[in-house]
Write a protein that binds this ligand. Structure first.
Ligand code: NAD
Length: 264
């Protein structure tokens, strides 16, 4: 066991199961000595999250629906009661009505747009308010984004627009919190087969396309993202804030199909 995160405590939001990106990051941090409090959405997920938490010796496992201010307050109040202060926060939460994660962005109704923005973008601001209030010795806030924020990806639609707003939020929050030595960054992860990803149209095709065309010629794993998350949450990255760090086997630098890749 390493000691990079020894003495650090943090909240990890967004574990749904052991394939969740949040779990990859939590496991990497726990392996370096971090103490972690988990939040989950809804009773159905509790029975998945609790055993995972227990497997790394974590006993703070709390419900938190980020669309509900009272629920966020209750979760953070409990963490504050238990720990007083925290050192890091992972926000690995996103959601849009899957009816609009296919077809044309043009067809997005107002209600679906606002809901995607609320849960996938504003919630990071909401939880950063509570987390930053508990960081009295600097800290690190981390969220998850996707290349669909920067470029048009088929089917990503309203989620791409919400992620673009999330990435802009990272920059504004970094500026707001820098004077307290609180860093704010995002990881732009390549496609990974998770629960959230299964809502995106043609996701298998997207996975295959990335595998064939990324410079590293494979897809990322939650362990890959976990390692980069560990870097951004630990003191290895004390000079880094406002950054969107791509962990996508290099796919974001590619401008054209790999001529050697077979057709799919
Ligand atoms: P996941 O399904 O394992 O995690 C998504 C989490 O969001 C779940 O735990 C879910 O409970 C939570 N969530 C949704 N609505 C919520 C709400 N109202 N309140 C509280 N929690 C809520 O999938 P994942 O792929 O690990 O997603 C984590 C993050 O990574 C998301 O922001 C996603 O957009 C982002 N991301 C995923 C990929 C990918 O290909 N899987 C790529 C880039 C970025």
């Amino acid at each position: 066991k390493g000691t990079l995160m020894a003495g650090k405590r943090g909240v990890v939001m967004g574990v749904a199961n052991d394939r969740s990106i949040a779990w990859g990051i939590a496991a990497a941090c726990a392996a370096q000595g971090a103490e972690i409090a988990f939040t989950y959405q809804g009773e159905a997920l509790e029975k998945r999250v609790r055993p995972l938490a227990e497997s790394i010796g974590a006993d703070i496992v709390l419900p938190c629906d980020v669309s509900d201010e009272a629920s966020i307050d209750a979760a953070f109040a409990e963490v504050e009661k238990r720990w007083g202060k925290i050192d890091f926060l992972v926000h690995a939460i996103g959601w849009a009505d899957k009816a609009y994660l296919r077809g044309r962005y043009l067809d997005t109704p107002r209600a679906a747009f606002l809901q995607a923005m609320d849960i996938s973008c504003y919630s990071f601001v909401a939880v950063s308010q509570r987390a930053a209030a508990m960081m009295n010795d600097g800290g690190s806030l981390l969220t998850l984004t996707y290349l669909g924020a920067e470029r048009v990806m088929p089917h990503y639609n309203v989620m791409g627009v919400a992620k673009a707003a999330l990435e802009a939020s990272v920059r504004y929050l970094a500026a707001d919190l820098g004077d307290r030595n609180i860093r704010v960054n995002a990881i732009s992860a390549g496609p990974i087969k998770t629960l959230a990803a299964s809502g995106i149209g043609d996701f298998r095709y997207i996975l295959k396309w990335n595998e064939l065309n990324a410079p590293l010629m494979r897809n990322v794993t939650t362990e890959d993202v976990g390692g980069s998350g560990l870097y951004l949450l630990s003191d290895l990255s004390t000079g880094v804030t406002g950054e969107v760090h791509h962990v996508d086997c290099g796919y974001h630098v590619v401008g054209m199909k790999n001529p050697a890749a077979p057709d799919i």
